[in-house]
Design a protein around this ligand. Structure first.
Ligand code: 5GP
Ligand code: MN
Length: 319
């Protein structure tokens, strides 16, 4: 297991980054580690790099200190890649990672290529936030660090729901609650609460563009035209794929949204029979067995046909 005092030994500057389009686990794990190093490694100057985060995550301490652009001529002694399966997924922060003297990757994606000098990849961990929790001295976890970790765990487990939730996950959650955090508020404000526009776009996805294929696969999509009509951004579309997935009888849910480039970002979720990380990897993406993603170049029609072919192979195998 990675030991923070070992990897930070002699370091003067440390950087932290997570994956593009940061979600709860990515943001929570990055901000927790950022705060913890800031508090307990005073000799190390630490920075955190992420793309724009969802508005509700600004309740976390340190969120306003996130760097969204690259500094000039910065070479970090240690650079942490969190919740990220490959260098490309670090986005703009990738160059900082590549220039760093020592790199550390802490992650739980099955598709992770162990691309750093020091790697801690635990595919069956609930979340990167749980892995970061395990690196910390429990007594030293402050309420603010606990909030970030709790948010991360809650998001990647669907509020302690998915099969990745282990007894250890619940124990971590319990310990974090003991720090005096407002757990229900974190869940309500960052996970369940949606803006009016988000509900409208969800409504469109569930009514107009939805299709049920062979009763086992459900898909829907949102174009960039619709996104601008409703005034929503990509980060506002989280949760749509989970809503598709709850449909009775469905094994796989597919949600696509159009990127500025005209390509489609694809989210895949499964219940029991299909390893969607395998499907995603076939198309150059990655993720977890039950939640994965990729970028597809082509029409919605092509995307769905191609994805259906790969999914059918697994459904037939398991049938
Ligand atoms: P989401 O569907 O929420 O965007 O992503 C689900 C999971 O798949 C997340 O763990 C995310 O990091 C991963 N993922 C999503 N898109 C990609 C992608 O294009 N490449 C890789 N390697 N992983 C992805
Ligand atoms: Mn994660």
């Amino acid at each position: 297991m990675v030991k923070l005092y070992e990897v930070l030994k002699g370091a003067k500057r440390a950087g932290i980054a997570g994956h593009v389009r940061p979600d709860g686990d990515c943001t929570g794990s990055c901000l927790a580690l950022y705060q913890y190093i800031g508090l307990y490694f005073p000799e190390v100057a630490v920075d955190v790099y992420l793309e724009e985060i969802p508005n509700s995550f600004h309740m976390l301490t340190g969120a306003d200190e996130i760097c969204h652009g690259l500094p000039e001529n910065m070479v970090y002694d240690v650079f942490f890649a969190l919740d990220c399966g490959d260098v490309g997924r670090l986005g703009f922060a990738g160059t900082l990672f590549e220039k760093a003297k020592k790199t550390v990757c802490i992650d739980h994606h099955v598709s992770n290529e162990s691309f750093a000098d020091v790697n801690q990849i635990v595919p069956d961990a609930s979340s990167t936030s749980e892995l970061i929790y395990n690196l910390m001295d429990k007594e030293k976890i402050t309420k603010e660090v606990a909030e970030a970790l709790y948010l991360g765990i809650v998001h990647d487990t669907g509020v302690f729901q998915y099969s990745s939730t282990k007894p250890s996950t619940m124990e971590a959650g319990a310990e974090l609650l003991r720090k005096g955090i407002d757990g229900p508020k974190i869940i309500e404000k960052t996970f369940f609460e949606k803006t009016y526009a988000q509900n409208q776009v969800l409504g469109k996805a569930l009514l107009e563009s939805i299709r049920l294929m062979d009763g086992k696969v459900i898909f829907s999509y949102i174009t960039k035209k619709s996104m601008s009509f409703f005034g929503v951004k990509a980060k506002d579309l989280e949760g749509i794929v989970s809503q598709l997935r709850v449909t009775a009888g469905v094994e796989v849910a597919i949600f696509l949204y159009e990127l500025e480039s005209g390509e489609f970002k694809v989210s895949l979720r499964s219940k029991e029979k299909v390893d969607v990380s395998k499907v995603a990897r076939y198309f150059g993406g990655g993720g977890h067995v039950r939640a994965a993603g990729l970028t597809f170049r082509g029409t919605v029609y092509d995307a769905v046909n191609n994805l259906m072919n790969q999914i059918s192979l697994q459904l037939e195998d398991g049938a």
